[in-house]
Write a protein that binds this ligand. Structure first.
Ligand SMILES: Nc1ncnc2c1ncn2[C@@H]1O[C@H](COP(=O)(O)OP(=O)(O)OP(=O)(O)O)[C@@H](O)[C@H]1O
Ligand SMILES: [Mg+2]
Length: 238
């Protein structure tokens, strides 16, 4: 298995936020992690990235145990994280924001056609080429989201963790972000996506995990979820 979390338990202080949470991703898959507010989706992603450390359970990535490792090491092993709040550096230009995350060993393990470099980024994100000399602070929400995704790709990761990429964006921009994620997925990237927009999530995902309180309540293909209105009602509808 490419990525596997097995029975992880994550806490914030005394608050038990993930209970024996298990999920798996195969290389090349796009998997959506969905659920209502506060169920623990972001915490799941942060646990994988090492931003919070599970108290128990295993997380293996490409066969190596990563739970408990610092997040910079997890990043070096090939996992990139696009946080909900995007964290663009406002005083750096678009170009500098991207160049900051070039990962040397990541580039070494890729063949030329597989590499994410500026030329390829600009092909998929033409708006970033137009804006390359502008400071991060002057970008629109959609442009910031594009930049956050592009910056993650510049590290040439093997797995992309993306938390709520379309949150707060106008519908037309939602579609642009969706389309760029579709291109990245089609190019072979493995993606774990947390997304509130069900239509967007189902249009991108191969498989879906639905979270109930602190644990996975459903795992299946998009077609299986589409054929099960009672499951959607239980885990998604408000
Ligand atoms: N830093 C923190 N300290 C304490 N509690 C937290 C912290 N971050 C999240 N929580 C709590 O942990 C639970 C899970 O939060 P998490 O952010 O993982 O949920 P989520 O599924 O991503 O929700 P949303 O859809 O609103 O983004 C929530 O009850 C939340 O209030
Ligand atoms: Mg969240």
């Amino acid at each position: 298995m490419f990525l596997e979390t097995k029975n992880i338990n994550t806490y914030y202080g005394e608050s038990h936020v993930l209970r024996d949470l298990s999920l798996e991703l195969e290389r090349g898959e796009t998997v959506a992690l969905l659920g209502r507010n506060g169920m623990g989706k972001s915490t799941t992603i942060k646990s994988i990235m090492g931003l919070v450390t599970p108290r128990s359970g295993q997380i293996t990535f490409k066969g190596e145990q990563i739970a408990g490792q610092p997040s910079y090491r997890i990043a070096r092993m090939g996992i990139a994280y696009v946080p909900e709040e995007r964290r663009i550096f406002p005083n750096l230009t678009v170009l500098d924001n991207m160049q900051i995350s070039i990962r040397k060993n990541g580039q070494a393990t890729k063949t030329a056609g597989d590499m994410w470099d500026l030329e390829r980024i600009y092909k998929h994100f033409p708006v970033l080429k137009d804006r390359s000399a502008q400071k991060g602070a002057f970008l629109s929400g959609g442009e910031q989201q594009m930049l956050a995704i592009a910056r993650a790709l510049m590290g040439n990761p093997d797995l992309l963790l993306v938390d709520e990429p379309t949150e707060g964006l106008a519908p037309i921009i939602v579609k642009e972000v969706r389309d760029v994620l579709a291109e990245i997925s089609e190019a072979g990237m493995t993606i774990l996506l947390v997304e509130h927009n069900l239509k967007v999530a189902l249009s991108l995902a191969d498989r879906v995990y639905l979270m109930g309180k602190a644990k996975i309540g459903f795992c299946g293909t998009v077609a299986e979820l589409q054929a099960a209105p009672e499951i959607r009602a239980e885990f998604l509808e408000v």
